[in-house]
Write a protein that binds this ligand. Structure first.
Ligand SMILES: [Fe+2]
Length: 169
């Protein structure tokens, strides 16, 4: 069977939609456990709001093509999925693993939107180009925000730990 560009684009829309649902789950779980890291908490709360909009844009695009979202295929996240799972094992250095995983996840999403935009173009589906470009910019903004948080988060983790205080989240 030969796949046409539209079918490949629709699959990318569905995968990206499932990815955003996964992103929401990951962030909502994390944000409830960040009492010692208010800057990380604020970044996640802002991006949760953005991600609701990203999810809606994907649902609109799917609806406009008379397609509906589907569940994330097992293993789609691959390496990043494994890393996200590791980040959620309660551990003394949970915050550090989350910081690393967040940076990886946002960069995964940047690649996903870059690919989606390329496929949309190839399929002649440009109606949602502006919307997905906005999503891409938001992911780039969050990727930078979480990257910039790695050093201060690590410093705070170190300070709390050396003072004998709770530092895991
Ligand atoms: Fe994101």
């Amino acid at each position: 069977m030969t796949l046409d560009a539209r079918t490949i684009y629709v699959t990318a829309l569905k995968n990206t939609h499932a990815l955003e649902l996964q992103a929401l789950q990951i962030m909502e779980r994390q944000v409830e456990r960040l009492e010692n890291y208010p800057d990380m908490e604020a970044a996640l709360r802002r991006h949760i709001r953005e991600t609701h909009g990203q999810r809606d844009r994907l649902e609109e695009a799917l609806a406009s093509l008379s397609e509906s979202p589907s569940a994330l295929k097992e293993g789609f996240l691959g390496f990043v999925g494994n890393m996200m799972a590791i980040a959620h094992v309660p551990a003394q250095d949970e915050i550090l693993k989350n910081a690393f995983a967040n940076q990886a996840f946002e960069n995964f999403e940047i690649a996903a939107y870059t690919s989606l935009l390329t496929l949309g173009e190839a399929a002649g589906q440009t109606a949602h180009k502006a919307a997905f470009t906005m999503s891409l910019r938001e992911e780039e903004g969050m990727a930078k925000a979480v990257a910039d948080l790695v050093a201060p988060t690590t410093q705070r983790y170190l300070d709390l730990t050396l003072r004998g205080e709770s530092a895991s989240h």
